[in-house]
Structure formats: C-alpha cells, structure tokens
Design a binder for this molecule. Structure first.
Ligand SMILES: [Zn+2]
Length: 307
C-alpha cells in the first residue's frame, strides 16, 4: 500500500513520511484501525492542509483525536499526551533527582502546571463525555499505570525501543533510554501510591488556569499517529476527522516538547536534562499508544522543509 505511493518531492514544503504500522504484533490497548477505509496515500497527500499555525495563547491540547466542539481553528494549541499535566511523569522519570520512592503524580503535575504558567506557556487538559469512564476521560492520565506497565513489559520492549529510536533518530541515546526505563521500573514498584488521586489534577488545572480544561465528545476512531516536528504548527483535529469519514489521528507535536525543555532547562549546563526529558517524553508517548491501541495504527512523521 506504501509502495505505490511516491513521496512529494517539493523540498520547500514540510515532508510527510510513513513508517508503517505501530507494530506487527498485537498490543494490549483496545483501539484498532482495522475498520479504517481511508487509504494511507490519500491521507499523506493532503496531510499538510490540516496543519495550521498554533496560537501561543491557546491552551495546550492532548494528542486525543476526538471531537472538541469548542475548538477554534484560528486559535489552536499544540498537542502533547495528556496535555500539560502529562509532562509531569516525563520530568519524574527523566530529570528529577529526588528519590523515586517519594512524591505523587498529582504533586509533580501541579509543579509542571506552575512551570507552564511561569514560563508563559498556556497549560491545558481535557475530560470526555463518556458516561462509562470512571476516570477523568483522558487516556494519557487515567491509563498512567498501564502506560508504565507497557513501558516496562518485556514482551513490548523491542517494539518500544524501535519506535523511540525511529522518532528520536539521531538524538537517540542508549544510556538515556536505559536510565528512563530503569526509573520506570523503580517507580512501577510503587505505582499505586504514586498515581493515587491523579484524577484531581484537572480540578487543580481548572483552578490555576480557568478555562484550560476541554471536554471531548464522541468515541475514539483514531487510525493514524502523526509525529509532527514542524515548529509552530499543529493538527486541526476536528477538520481532519470531518473530512476523512470520521477517521481520527493522534497528533503529537514533538517540537512542543523540545520548546518546553528549552524553557524549563535553558542553561548550557542543562544539556543532559533536556535530552533526558525528551527521551522520557517520547518513551511515555509510545507506551501510552501501547496502552491505548492494538498496534494497528499507521504512523506518519512530519518533518520541516529542507534548508
Ligand atoms: Zn487525553
């Protein structure tokens, strides 16, 4: 299906590359792309039309592809897993020098939201309207324990490392990867305590940044994962789904994680912290996709124009 698709050779525009399905194996998550009818080549041809400039004042969005009735395409915030609170676990695993036997996710997420506000980055998060959901409705927050289980699952580790390596490309560092993996394993031993009360984080976010919590509607139909490296751009998720028969995409604006680390760790001496945080963030993103999907979604990488 890819073989018949020749990439667009106009180097003055961002380039989209396909790296195939997330996995050839079956992952534990429930979400599948098996019923998706839209051709991959057709999505690649038009993907750029669905990327718009972010508005720095707009709240950070989750990678969730579901419909947000209040979304304003002229004022979209970047997409990262779990929104702003989602960065907290990457900080804990990648950077924090504290003993991993202390702390809670809620405490870490509160510090992360405060950092966002201090740095002039607009935090954001979301709930959903699913009546059955017994958490807040954001898979990247509710599923954190399974995310950690997936990341440290020996059956999944080959897939995990392969994808993290592909996405980080030349920035991949084996030592950082192993360090974050080890921290994940240590934290997993007390994950019940660490994640206890994590649902409260959205109330806290709403208090600290009024209007920053969105409410997503409908059900999950993600068939694609797009890792976007083009700074300042983000996926118009509502329009993408509307024009593709309801097929949605998980959009991860990786450039935003790099922007966040540059703001959190600005000094030259913070170089290692920046690298470790990015590793942890990408590692947790892949583990989140393992917890949410069966591995059948197609992965696209969007890179900046050359030169
Ligand atoms: Zn979410």
């Amino acid at each position: 299906m890819l073989i018949d698709h020749l990439p667009d050779l106009d180097a003055s525009r961002p380039q989209t590359f396909s790296i195939g399905r997330l996995s050839d194996k079956s992952w534990p998550g429930p979400l599948s792309a098996r019923d998706n009818k839209v051709r991959l080549g057709d999505v690649m041809d038009v993907l750029d039309d669905y990327y718009v400039s972010v508005d720095p004042r707009a709240k950070t969005r989750c990678i969730d592809g579901r419909h947000d009735p209040e979304l304003d395409e002229g004022m979209l915030g970047p997409q990262v897993p779990g929104g702003a609170p989602g960065s907290a676990l990457a900080y804990r695993l990648g950077v924090d020098q504290d003993d991993l036997t202390r702390g809670t996710f809620t405490g870490d997420a509160e510090l992360m939201i405060e950092s966002y506000l201090r740095l002039g980055l607009s935090p954001g998060g979301h709930r959903d309207d699913a009546e059955s959901s017994d958490g807040v409705g954001c898979g990247a927050i509710d599923g954190l324990q399974s995310v950690l289980d997936c990341m440290t699952n020996p059956r999944l580790v080959e897939d995990h490392k392969r994808l993290v390596k592909t996405i980080l490309d030349a920035d991949f560092n084996r030592d950082h990867y192993l360090r974050v993996m080890g921290a994940g394993l240590v934290l997993q031993s007390r994950s019940l305590g660490y994640f206890h009360g994590r649902g409260e984080i959205l109330d806290l976010l709403e208090r600290k940044a009024p209007g920053s919590v969105s409410m997503l509607r409908g059900s999950h139909h993600e068939a694609y994962v797009v890792v976007n490296m083009v700074e300042g751009t983000t996926l118009s998720s509502n329009r993408f789904a509307a024009d593709h028969g309801g097929a949605q995409a998980f959009g991860y604006d990786l450039w935003r994680s790099r922007q966040l680390v540059q703001a959190l760790f600005p000094l030259p001496s913070h170089h290692i912290d920046r690298q470790r945080f990015i590793h942890a963030r990408v590692m947790l993103t892949i583990a989140t996709l393992m917890a949410l999907t069966d591995g059948s979604l197609q992965v696209l990488v969007r890179l900046p124009a050359e030169g």
